[in-house]
Ligand binder design. Structure first.
Ligand code: MCN
Ligand code: MOS
Length: 766
């Protein structure tokens, strides 16, 4: 079953899209053929003459310090141009982190001498060839002094710090718990999980002058990256060019500048040559952080009829010793159900790890694993259908902010997904359903993601041949930005999709914020729409008022459709003919969606190179979220305990979908990642030295085709203009949220066994 099979019966978002043009329609990816034919070039495929190769040397201990680092053997190796470490590399300006935490020093090195995690960057070797650099890297002799190590956080909850800023509480949660007839309480754990994008991290750095550089690097944020390099090397923003036309997946890992990228830029500057650095797959586990391990205790108290009276959620995530990353664990819990009494506590536990980072639906994803597992446990305790339990606790507004929902069609998600799945045929008793030697389990859970928004900017050029160029420094990491921006421009101007060409991923283009928090589609379609409407108005004005326009006396106003302009009932001419007649080579318009008011160039830049302009979730008037409900079937082998997901039906409310085909692909991608999280993914840490033992694609398992069943996604969203200008809500991260608990709940239904720590591997079931 696909979204298309169910559309007739259940409808889909394009029903409400209110468009006759391309936006809201299922178009194939505009960049698809370039990708499958190899014409799309990724960062490391960029050819640059005379490039040297850089290879990283990483710490082999988890805690302590470098006592000596002997470069002589490496420097004497064939082809070697440079060996650098903390002692020999020049420092760069230390910057406040992306959340505004100020640095403790003025200058810092990308290389460490004090070791706080295994795999920390300690040196780099630059040579003529990759092989020579690799061979020499193995000859860097390092001796360490090791100090005691905390590889993972202690199970007893000691050594955690409460993050006061994130504490939430209302009503009387303790009183509600004490007086309630039904209570569940359990602790849930999720392990370290890694992004594992297909395209490895890497970059090519070229210094054209002392204060001017170009970097080819896959990034989710061209402008933020350019600004970071500019400030770190103390050169003007305009002098840094970041080029990133294609990104082979990022999932949060390519949002921010990482130490190895600074190291490559330092190496290029020192050698005076372009430098290429690709980090090896094994280094992807330590050169930057992914989802931290979490432990969460959830208590839910309810009346006998299932009405929730209180929720208490206490969650901890591990973080680095010297840097704080918070995986915000209370985020889903505080807005999902009508809880009159509520508390959530956020803790962090510093351990010897690389600083964790954002990974698809940070906070939301593990938060939902705990909450949605606990809801299933509550349904069991109440002897109530889990969908019915959720229906009874559907909140009519957001309890946390007190604001109304911009839209919340979760009840509709339950209706259509339950019907498409056949949920009414479920026998609620565990171990009651079978398929031969397989135990069959049906489980469900919900997911959500807030709508974030930031300003955007776009330039549109209509060329003499009538073709339309859309220019933006925003990026497409497989999501569909190229396609939806072409759709938006085509729709608003009135030209066919085929005559629109979108150029992205270059800091020379108009500004864009990070493609993170699932905000890019909504904010960039808004910026392109605004620009395209202005283009359309200018074309019409030209047609009506230019003394050489053949349409000058045609009517009071003109219309543009299918690339032709004319009076509504009169004859229409191609846009190219109008431009030729009035003697214009090009018509160019630039617009942005920055807040009103005079802005200095510095203020404008700050909006696109920091997170200051980002609106999180609620606006002044509304709470904005996307929603989804997953219904999942698993088959568990009774003898071996192996779990297979055999069917998934997911209903989504992400508002208006700009391209249902690409949105469907996003939803499926998220669900597949959720299946990996539930059944396969786990970074295993050696307690002796903090090493990640399965730091490769052979041992860190992600789902393959054989692991993935039929997935049906059904959209019940309708345009939500309180959420965003064009009515869409968040898509990219939504559907990973809630998959793991739906599977855990299905496994419980199949086996009678509740697994509270991911992944659900066979030894936990036997
Ligand atoms: N879309 C739509 N209608 C909407 C919103 C989005 O049709 N109302 C579709 C569009 O095709 C759009 C895509 O969904 O290009 C994603 O839009 P959006 O939700 O705005 O997400 P972003 O463009 O900001 O992309 C980032 C988001 C994040 S934060 C992660 S993490 C993630 C994700 O996208 N990483 C991905 N999806 C990914 N998909 C791929 N293939 N690779 C990644 O690394
Ligand atoms: Mo997505 S984790 O916000 O890049």
């Amino acid at each position: 079953m696909t979204v298309h099979d169910t559309r007739e019966k259940f409808g889909d978002a394009s029903d409400g899209a209110a468009t006759s043009g391309p936006l809201g329609r299922a178009h194939a990816r505009a960049d698809g053929s370039a990708k499958v034919t190899g014409a799309a070039t990724y960062a490391m495929e960029h050819r640059v003459a005379g490039a040297l190769h850089c290879v990283l040397v990483q710490a082999t201990i988890g805690a302590g310090r470098v006592v000596s680092l002997d470069r002589t053997a490496a420097e004497a190796s064939p082809g070697v141009r440079l060996v650098i470490d903390a002692a020999s590399a020049p420092m760069v300006k230390a910057l406040a982190d992306y959340w505004g935490n100020q640095p403790k020093v003025d200058y810092e090195s990308p290389f460490a001498a004090d070791i706080t995690h295994n795999g920390q960057l300690v040196a780099a070797v630059v040579a003529d060839t990759l092989e020579e650099a690799r061979a020499a890297a193995a000859r860097v002799r390092i001796t360490y002094e090791e100090t005691p190590l905390r590889a993972t956080f202690a199970a007893d909850g000691t050594e955690t710090h409460v993050v006061d800023m994130l504490a939430k509480s209302w009503g009387d949660p303790d009183g509600a718990m004490a007086g309630a007839p039904v209570r569940v309480e359990a602790t849930y754990e999720t392990p370290r999980e890694y992004h594992m994008a297909i395209e490895p991290h890497g970059l090519i750095v070229e210094w054209e002058a002392d204060d001017r550089l170009t970097i080819h690097e896959a990034t989710q944020w061209v402008d933020g990256t350019a600004d970071w390099f500019a400030r770190a090397f103390e050169i003007p923003f305009e002098n840094v060019r970041i080029v990133s036309p294609y990104v082979g997946g990022g999932f949060g890992s390519k949002g921010f500048v990482l130490p190895h990228s600074i190291a490559a830029a330092v190496a290029a500057r020192m050698t005076g040559r372009p430098v290429k650095l690709t980090i090896a797959r094994s280094q992807h586990f330590t050169a930057f952080g992914a989802r931290p391990a979490t432990r969460q205790t959830v208590k839910i108290a309810a009346a006998a009829d299932g009405t929730i009276v209180g929720i208490d959620h206490d969650g901890t995530n591990e973080t680095a010793l010297d840097k704080v990353f918070v995986e915000t664990l209370g985020v889903v819990t505080s807005m999902m159900y009508a809880a009159p009494n509520f508390r959530s506590t956020q803790r962090i536990a510093p351990v010897h790890t690389v600083m964790p980072g954002a990974f698809r639906a940070p906070g939301k994803n593990p938060s939902a694993f705990a909450l949605e597992s606990a809801m299933d446990e509550l349904a069991v305790a109440l002897d109530m259908d889990p969908v019915e339990l959720r229906r009874r606790n559907e909140p009519d507004h957001d309890f946390e902010t007190g604001k109304p929902w911009s839209s919340r069609r979760l009840l509709q998600c339950y209706d259509v997904a339950a019907e498409a799945f056949g949920w009414s045929n479920r026998n609620p008793a565990p171990r009651s359903m079978r398929d031969g030697r397989q135990l069959v389990g049906w489980g469900m859970a919900v997911g959500t993601h807030p709508v974030y928004s930031s300003p955007g900017e776009a330039t549109i050029r209509v060329r003499a041949d009538g073709k339309v160029e859309v220019l933006s420094s925003s990026i497409d990491m497989g999501t569909g930005t190229y396609t939806i921006l072409a759709q938006t421009a085509a729709d608003a101007i009135g030209v066919p999709m085929e005559s629109v060409e979108v150029k992205l991923g270059d800091s020379r283009l108009p500004r864009a914020p990070v493609a993170g928090g699932s905000q890019l589609a909504n904010l960039m379609t808004a910026a392109v729409h605004k620009t395209a409407v202005a283009v359309r108005e200018e074309l019409i004005a030209l047609g009506l008022t230019d003394e050489n326009s053949p349409l000058r006396n045609a009517a009071n106003t003109l219309e543009i459709a299918d690339g032709r302009i004319g009076a509504s009932r009169g004859e229409a001419i191609p846009i190219s003919a109008l431009l030729a007649a009035v003697g214009r080579d090009v018509l160019e318009v630039n617009r942005d969606t920055l807040p009103e008011g005079e802005r200095t160039p510095e203020e404008r830049l700050r909006f696109f190179t920091s997170l200051v302009g980002m609106e999180h979730g609620a606006t002044a008037t509304h709470a904005r979220h996307s929603f989804c409900a997953h219904f999942i079937e698993v088959k568990v082998d009774e003898d071996f305990g192996t779990v297979r997901v055999s069917r998934v039906v997911t209903a989504v409310d992400a508002g208006r979908l700009y391209n249902p085909k690409l949105a469907d692909s996003q939803f499926k991608g998220g669900i597949i990642m959720g299946i990996g999280m539930a059944l396969l993914e786990e970074g295993i840490t050696d307690p002796r030295n903090g090493r990640i033992l399965n730091a490769n694609f052979g041992d860190y398992l992600v789902p393959t085709n054989a692991d993935i069943p039929n997935i049906a996604t059904i959209s019940v969203g309708q345009p939500d203009y309180e959420a965003t200008p064009l009515g869409g809500k968040a898509v990219g991260e939504l559907s990973i949220v809630g998959v793991a608990p739906a599977i855990a709940n299905a496994v419980y239904h199949a086996t009678g066994k509740r697994v509270r720590d991911l992944p659900i591997t066979l030894e936990k079931l036997i």
